[in-house]
Write a protein that binds this ligand. Sequence first.
Ligand code: SAH
Length: 368
Amino acid sequence: MTLPLVIDAPRRGLPPRHLADLPLPDRRRAVVDLGEKPFRATQLSHHYFGRLTTDPDEMTDIPAENRRRLADALFPTLFTEVRTLSCDDGATRKTLLRAHDGSLVETVLMRYPDRSTVCISSQAGCGMACPFCATGQAGLTRNLSTAEIVDQVRRAAAAVRAGELAGGPSRLSNVVFMGMGEPLANLTRVIDAVHRICDPAPAGLGISQRSVTVSTVGVVPAIHKLADAGLQVRLAVSLHTPDDDLRDTLVPVNQRWKVAEVLEAARGYAEATGRRVSIEYALIREVNDHSWRADLLAELLRRHLGAHLAHVNLIPLNPTPGSAWDASPKRVQDEFVAHIRAGGISCTVRDTRGQEIAAACGQLAADS
Ligand code: SAH
């Protein structure tokens, strides 16, 4: 099958090569090419993935003159911080980053009593055009490089470790690909990034694959490829409605891959990994919040995935500026949850963080 153009396009605008683009053996080759001994690659990796720094002044185990040259070659500046906003008493923090070519990228860091989660972007902008999503309105600027994806996590891990969020120093435990972009439209780099995020130091940041979630609109061929990648990450599918008529407008990529095909691909992923798939459902008042849709959703999930391999995650809509759409009233939301559960499918409502800092996908970049 020929893959559609959305997968892994476009390449333009990527930053220069960075240490975090490379697996450890390639880092050794890269330092040898710079006239250094291979063990320098391990030292640099400890600084980046273990100590979470890119500052050559802190790399005191490397002679000063070599340090500068290595840093220039392997730590090009990926991002400058444009703006940081906090809310939820300092437990949520949203950062707007500017890439080397001016592209804007958002990350959101959330501290909970039992974990810390960073929500990262896989693309600058997004080409999927979902009408309720701020990023979808702005269109796709470009794919992010592997290192640009990994560096968002490194920055978050450093901030959590330094105690920059309420609650004191902690460890970054979870990563969700739910920021800007469609991760499965940048699949090769996302898979590489998962290795960098999850491999133990000094190869990577050492976060458990089971604590990483990749969220997709339902790019079916790429779901199959991800299932073949031998990873243990959780897959989230942004379904938002069980019927093709409405999904064709809410998630326009549905015109290419229908609900049944998406759920079959999700089943393939669940069977390959043994992991339950998370079905994302942004509840929009009088658009997709009807009880019959909850019943139909539960029925389709039982049929395609089996009750034990599906979980529904309801997201109260975070309205984007200028949109007529709104979240459903609490009563309607409760009713929707009850119908899903009555249909034998587990269902939870996502805790809404960061609403007053416009933390819904793409809103900060849209304001700038
Ligand atoms: N492109 C991927 C990942 C990014 S969005 C995907 O669509 O899955 C992460 C989740 O946030 C998706 O389920 C998306 O539909 C949802 N989302 C986007 N805008 C939203 C909004 N304004 N309110 C609630 N959820 C939103």
